[in-house]
Design a protein around this ligand. Structure first.
Ligand code: CTP
Length: 401
């Protein structure tokens, strides 16, 4: 329940993306938030207040002169205990209104009248030409200068049939952004590289060797780093997971490919500040992998596979002259305290995160032990996303943030 106890005022303005606001409301509520919907007159042409009331479980407000609020001041009362106002969809016209401080309907007045401590987030949704129009871009610059956070938009196919920037984010992406907005920006301005998932080492074009890593912990670390304000690249082996919103993902198959991409990233974009190696990298690859599918032998004998060792990505990065702050993971099956500290020293990293592999692979929760030069600290069993946030806070603390 990432939004437990949070009170969100959700503003809808006129746009076809109003249909996504229904799903977004459900997602906010499932995450523990309470949602107070306010709609402009234009929004009611796209989705009814009845639908939004049914989904939010609260009276929907559309009118500045609505007398249902005791003091007849909905523009004041609706935001006084809010944790955030989210406008989704936010039309080009509403962006113009926000940029100029317009107060000509309930939603615009409510935004201007919000306490300075209540963050305002806006998810633009419009046709690509409207998005690119210099007037819209001017207004967007003003919104950002005024501290209004933009969520998206995305590029892609639009309801009108045209293609380009202006699509509103999907409900789950909006939810991730709202959750992120409540996290402390401990890694603002930092570049973080995360490896995640298993690797896949081919035997022939249709077979290979892999392991049971689901990638969930690595993806959670990447998301937590993004939530903390970092620029995040995720180098991932094959997984069934959705890339966290805002994270750049590079997909690989083999340990060698992961090594090559990681080393290229170390040299690119002015370097990396923090490297978190969560991937369960195969220790060996098949040296005599076949370029054609192996066939059964007539005499029933099995093919002879020859293994050679893969490069140790973490140790290689940690040995760079300008190494980033390196964090390793150790998946052990026993003696975690002893093996964890030994592995931290062997890999020469300032921080190593230990867990019991078969207790966590594929699961949604985990239990971690952090090893550093000062000893070890246990992080109690919790969801992987929660643990990832604690790990990011532990890294930030060690970097003096
Ligand atoms: N790792 C890596 N490259 C490898 C192997 C491991 O970057 N070729 C990283 C993992 O991502 C993890 C850490 O090293 O952060 C520990 O990996 P692990 O496989 O548990 O340790 P090993 O070095 O293989 O040691 P052992 O076989 O003794 O468990």
């Amino acid at each position: 329940m990432d939004l437990a106890g949070k009170k969100i005022v959700l503003g809808l303005t006129g746009g076809i993306a109003c249909y996504k606001a229904a799903e977004f409301t459900r997602a906010l509520i499932k995450a523990g938030a309470s949602v107070q919907v306010v709609m402009t007159a234009a929004a009611t042409h796209f989705i009814t207040p009845v639908t939004m009331q049914g989904l939010s479980g609260k009276t929907v407000f559309t009118d500045q002169w609505d007398a249902r609020i005791g003091n007849n001041m909905p523009h004041i009362d609706l935001t006084r205990d809010a944790d955030a106002i989210v406008i989704a969809p936010c039309s080009a016209d509403f962006i113009f209104k926000l940029a100029h401080g317009a107060c000509d309907d309930l939603l615009s007045t409510l935004c201007v009248a919000r306490p300075a401590t209540v963050p305002l987030l806006a998810a633009p949704a419009m046709n690509v030409e409207m998005w690119q129009n210099p007037a819209t871009q001017r207004n967007l610059t003003q919104l950002q200068a005024d501290g209004i956070q933009l969520l998206g938009p995305d590029a892609g196919e639009q309801a009108c049939g045209e293609v380009g920037m202006g699509r509103m984010l999907e409900a789950d992406q909006l939810l991730e952004e709202v959750i992120a907005s409540f996290q402390p920006k401990l890694l603002k301005g930092k570049r973080v590289l995360v490896t995640a998932g298993p690797t896949f080492e081919p035997i022939d074009p249709v077979r290979g060797i892999t392991n049971l890593s689901s990638g969930k912990m690595g993806y959670a670390v990447a998301r937590a780093a993004y939530e903390a304000g970092a620029e995040v690249t995720l180098v991932s082996g094959p997984t069934a997971l959705t890339t966290p919103y805002g994270v750049r993902r590079i997909s690989i198959q083999t340990a060698q490919q992961m090594h090559d991409i990681v080393m290229a990233q170390m040299a690119a974009h002015g370097g990396t500040d923090i490297f978190v190696a969560v991937a369960a990298v195969a220790d060996w690859r098949v040296a005599n992998a076949s370029s054609q599918k192996l066939k059964k032998n007539a005499d029933g004998s099995a093919p002879q596979l020859v293994f050679e060792q893969n490069p140790d990505i973490l140790a290689t990065v940690a040995a760079l002259p300008k190494a980033p702050y390196c964090v390793g993971f150790a998946a052990e099956s026993e003696n975690l305290l002893q093996y964890g500290e030994a592995k931290r020293i062997r890999k020469n990293v300032p921080l190593l995160v230990g867990n019991i592999g078969h207790d966590t692979f594929g699961k949604d929760d985990n239990q971690l032990v952090l090893f550093d030069a000062g000893g070890h600290t246990e992080l109690a069993r919790a969801g992987k996303q929660e643990l990832a946030r604690q790990l990011i806070a532990a890294i930030a603390a060690r970097l003096g943030k």
